[in-house]
Ligand binder design. Structure first.
Ligand code: SF4
Length: 195
């Protein structure tokens, strides 16, 4: 089987607890949500088999891999890919919108869950290492309280929403003002202009 992909590239993690960590990003095509402010192109650009992905990863220096999208939990063959990455000795993280509680998520080293307030009933994941919610409006604070009851995590972050190239810090700050135990996570890659 082949994995539908958008891109594979090496960069620094731009947000959350692992901000600044050099990683190889594998961006999978496709998503099961359609967030109104989404700026990620999730169309398939190419497809690779498992061995071809491993060969591609050997071109990079980093031994840390982030599986992202789109939404990686909608891709087929993820248990096999995660098992192969672990066999190769990679630190493996996943970025998910939390709409799946697929068993393979228990076998990665780090789960970053980013549930969407626009789809409040879609959350299925009950655990994560970190949770990041985009502050698309001040009312997101109500959703965050619900997320906190549903997803057990170590860190809970609010991310500013980006619209038309502008980062909305004011709404993020207002949301944080309504919550306890949540912190700001800036998207460093957008602020500094790296991928
Ligand atoms: S879940 Fe992520 S990739 Fe999917 S539409 Fe929303 S922001 Fe875009």
């Amino acid at each position: 089987m082949k994995y539908a992909l958008v891109e594979i590239f090496e960069s620094l993690q731009g947000e959350g607890r692992n901000m600044g960590r050099p990683c190889v990003f594998i961006r999978f095509a496709g998503c099961n949500l359609s967030c109104p402010w989404c700026d990620t192109d999730v169309r398939e650009r190419f497809s690779l088999g498992l061995e071809d992905i491993l060969a591609e990863l050997r071109r990079f220096k980093s031994r840390s891999v982030i599986l992202t999208g789109g939404e990686p939990t909608v891709a087929e063959g993820m248990p096999e890919l995660v098992a192969a990455l672990k066999r190769e000795g990679f630190w493996v993280a996943v970025e998910t919108n939390g709409t799946s509680n697929a068993p393979w998520l228990s076998f990665v080293d780090y789960v970053a869950c980013s549930p969407k307030a626009e789809y409040p009933d879609s959350l299925r994941l009950g655990f994560a290492d970190e949770v990041r919610v985009v502050a698309s409006s001040e009312s997101v604070a109500y959703f965050c309280r619900r997320v906190r009851q549903t997803v057990s995590a170590t860190d809970y972050y609010i991310s500013p929403c980006e619209r038309d190239g502008n980062m909305d810090f004011a709404t993020a700050k207002a949301v944080l003002g309504k919550l306890d135990g949540w912190s700001l996570s800036v998207q460093l890659h957008k602020l500094l202009g790296f991928r």
